[in-house]
Design a binder for this molecule. Structure first.
Ligand code: A3P
Length: 337
């Protein structure tokens, strides 16, 4: 494929061989860890992101596109469903029958999939279709009909160059300690870590920026800097959790949509954690029974603010505070409590 004439102005550095060896001790063979750093912030991603990243960076954006961008486990799914329903005239029927992963394309998904992984798997056709549709190469996304709904866990700097100037973007951030706990569980869910790797080990890897796509603070700060851009709505998971109706109103206003009190109430009921957890269209429960996912974990898991306290001992709590303080020193970004 002729990609060489497309710009991708990011230095790519492989991490030290000792770090690779360290990671190999914890990651399963089927989901090898990411070991390359991209650009000046050094975002950790798989080496093969270079190809996909170049396509993404040069991708044509339409004014009718809607992006939800987050560091993983920050409230992406919750926000996607909220935004999709407001922009699709509260079509609950379609929302309940069409997996969110089909309604929203995961932009860089192919980076994280092995090339031959689906062929021999004992999975049902609907699931295969969902995954195959998400495996779309970026250039195929160009041919999807408008309006396109796109989710990404990439930082703004690695997203299409004209993104902010062209279409609306929702960025969601969450207390990094809750993100790490939630991300640890996702790694267990997706069998990325070897059995027995404990939270403390994952935490150490995370704060040393050895879990993709860290560094988390750089990811969030890039978006925070753009929070007043007319095309950007910056939300916190904690705000969604504290006052969902107020967030729904903000999202509707940002999208220029009139919304009634009755519509807000119905939407909040649909988005309520207990209902969301049962909702087959968003909970990815169909991955269970495929052998790919750990039956003991759930994609829609606890939905709590401050749940990290159950995972951190005193030393880790202090370490986390120092980590947060150091990273927030040069910014007015503060995570709400
Ligand atoms: P926990 O693991 O802390 O429970 P993402 O969609 O970005 O992967 O984020 C997943 C996190 O959001 C998980 O956090 C998940 O439980 C939580 N979440 C998803 N839907 C939610 C909802 N409707 N209400 C509250 N939390 C929700």
């Amino acid at each position: 494929m002729a990609t060489s004439n497309k710009s991708f102005p990011f230095e790519i550095r492989d991490i030290d061989p000792e770090q690779v060896e360290k990671l190999k001790k914890y990651f399963s063979k089927t989901t090898p860890p990411s070991t390359s750093r991209f650009g000046p912030k050094g975002y950790l991603l798989p080496r093969k992101f270079e190809h996909v990243g170049r396509e993404i960076y040069n991708m044509e954006i339409r004014p009718s596109d809607t992006f939800v961008v987050t560091f993983p486990r920050s409230g992406t799914t919750w926000t996607q469903e909220l935004v999709w329903l407001i922009l699709n005239n509260f079509d609950y029927e379609k929302a309940l029958e069409t997996p969110l992963a089909v309604r929203y394309i995961f932009l860089e998904f192919e980076t994280f999939m092995n090339n031959n992984d689906m062929a021999d798997m004992p999975i049902d056709e609907k699931l295969r279709k969902t995954v195959e549709e998400n495996k779309l190469q970026v250039h195929k996304i160009l041919s999807i009909a408008s309006p396109r709904f796109i989710k990404s866990h990439l930082p703004l700097s690695l997203l299409p160059q004209k993104l902010l100037d062209t279409c609306k973007i929702f960025y969601v951030a969450r207390d990094p300690r809750d993100v790490v706990v939630s991300f640890y569980h996702q790694h267990i869910l997706m069998k990325e870590l070897l059995d027995g790797v404990d939270f403390k080990t994952f935490w150490e890897l995370f704060i040393n920026d050895l879990i993709a796509p860290t560094p988390l603070f750089e990811h969030v700060k890039e978006a925070w800097q753009m929070r007043n851009h007319p095309n950007m709505l910056f939300l916190f998971y904690e705000e969604l959790s504290k006052d969902l109706p107020a967030c729904v109103r903000r999202v509707a206003k940002f999208l220029g949509k009139e919304i009634t009190q009755e519509q807000i109430e119905k939407l909040c009921e649909h988005l309520k954690f207990d209902n969301f957890k049962k909702n087959k269209s968003v909970n990815l429960d169909n991955m269970k029974g495929t052998g790919l996912w750990n039956e003991k974990e759930s994609f829609i898991r606890k939905g709590k603010v401050g749940g990290w306290r159950d995972y951190f001992d005193e030393k880790m709590t202090e370490q986390a505070q120092r980590w947060i303080d150091e990273n927030l020193r040069d910014t007015d970004l503060r995570f709400p409590h």
